[in-house]
Write a protein that binds this ligand. Sequence first.
Ligand code: SF4
Length: 703
Amino acid sequence: MVVSKKRVRSVCSYCGTGCGIELIVESRNGKSKVVGVSPQKTHPVSAGKLCVKGASVDKIINSSDRLEHPMVRNKKTGKLEKVSWERALDTVAKKLSEIKSTYGSNSLAVIASTKCSNEETYVTQKFARVVLGTNNIDNATRLCHAPTVYGLYEVFGRSAMTNSYADLAKSKYIIIFGENAATTQPIAFQKILECKKKGGRIVVVDVRMTETAEAADEFVQIKPNTDAILVAGMIKTIIDANLHDKKFIEKQTKGYDALVKSLEKFKMADVTKVTGVDEKTIKRIAKEYGKAKSAAIILGMGITQQSNGMETVQALASLALVTGNFGRPGTGINPLRGCDNVQGACDTGCLPNVYPGYASLTEKNIRRFEKFWRAQALPVSKGLSLTEVFEGVPERILGMYIIGQNPLMSLPDTDRLRKNIEGLEFLVVQDIFMTDVAEYADVVLPAACFAEKDGTITNSERRIQLLEKAADPPGKSMEDWWIVCEIAKRMSHNCAKQFEYKSSRDIFDEIRKCMPAYSGATYRKLKSVGGLQWPVSRENPEGTPILYKDGFGLGGPGSTEDRAVFYPIMFVGPRTYDHVFPFILTTHRLLQQYNTGTMSRHVKELQAAQPEPFVQINNKDAAELGVKDGEVVKIVSPFGDIRLKTRVTDKIQSKVLAVPNHYKEACPNRLIPANLDPISKIPALKFCNVRIEKIEKDEKQIE
Ligand code: SF4
């Protein structure tokens, strides 16, 4: 038996930090297997470290639960049965073609995966537009950072973190809004903490005393979804104290007068009443931020998963703009994006309102892509978002192709969603594991995971990195780009040539030709440790760690005449008390679990560390309700109920409950209505009126 060992460079497949890993690969008689993982020592972000998820990422690859065969539902038995790829692909192509010709292109929708490579997300949106003929294409950013994508695009013409993790360490002042980076992006958080070690100050504004808040210099506890009001109070203080950067505002921005006018409605006493933060603290942190030589804002889903998420993101951008905190190390506005390739899925055009490279749906751009893809009549009108497509079932949407997503865990109002999914005429699900939504599919397609293919992914700080294939996928599973191209070729002989790729490198070369920000990145260049941060072009051949060094609107697709735009902030008074549902439910993520649990719950070590759901409840509230720590309770909203154990703590404020969103046995999204932010269409997953009930003895308890 011939045994050899090698190390293959790759990127952790969990969060948007994009830590560099080496997969340890053992080959026996020509068959390769990943047998371990270790950190890349010189990686620019992770520098030889991995968190508990990254350190066990190899367990996903070798899980015995991986999908290994294509399956088609037998109409007679109602069961999914293993079939050949030929049969599965023919079934998908035939059924999608039938729906398209009978009901039209817009009766179909595609959900792209934020865990696929850039090459795969690019091919997926091309398939939706060129073959299906629809802009009904979206990805999971709709559920996490859509307000960032839409909000920052309107302010700057670009939708991404302005600075880098590494240069945040050079900041003199970091203010973190609604992000528990210590658990969601633990390695990026180590970089953030370096600011403190170097004498800088870290302030955390959050609803809960999180692990991040505990490690910071100061924790400012705020009432749920009142951040925009607090930020308005901070901007007002900065202007009143003459700490604003007048020269910067005059030269590099527009809309300042409209912002100042909107602030007239904000009286500091009202800001305190609404946010729960005392006036002295608001004024002090505003002045500290305004006076700091370099101040950075970090934001997370506590900000974005709200029905006014986009307004708050733009208010935070205004806070940075009034003080001129851009284009220098340790400044800017820095959203920490969730999944490993959610940034790339957006960059490559898996959004219903833009083509690759954030090219808006203008006549000129559509003609450009028709020529580039040699396609006819590409869809012009805006498609439906991930949070809208299911509402259209079955009147408008009849067929759906879902790749690497489990909406039955990630979307709100899941009981109603389940009925909508049942109403689909045809559903294809492509994934690496069986998921709840796959149980409803007509066809299930098994996909290769990150370690089983070549490709690129783009992390939260715009870093494009190379994935190198370390092992063959299990069973009959195939790379996502291959599957999508095979369906495309079967559906349209006219377009077949447009999906005739030999490798992911072929696809990336096409991406470089239509996306200016990626134009200078080649596989050869990306082989260097840590890859390159976009834009990578002839002008920036080594990438761009800090955006807007030379001003805004750098010729990007949403160029705002070289000026960033201020947007007014709306005053909203205190929330009225709901007597039937007096608590506010918020959701959060744990260090040892990940999103819907599709990957992390298949890893024994992670599951053992955080095996079950729980609800955090304030000591005082628990005492009033007569609820003990560890007791099973029921949380009820008008949309459903869940049962789970309590964790009684003073880390959460009174009348607020917090539940992690990883466990299907107590999925908080079941309780949450589909209240959408009007433009970005994100649901308010961090804010839901609920009540908490003790479970009577004769009710069946979970244990
Ligand atoms: Fe993976 Fe994120 Fe942990 Fe890094 S911080 S090892 S990318 S989960």
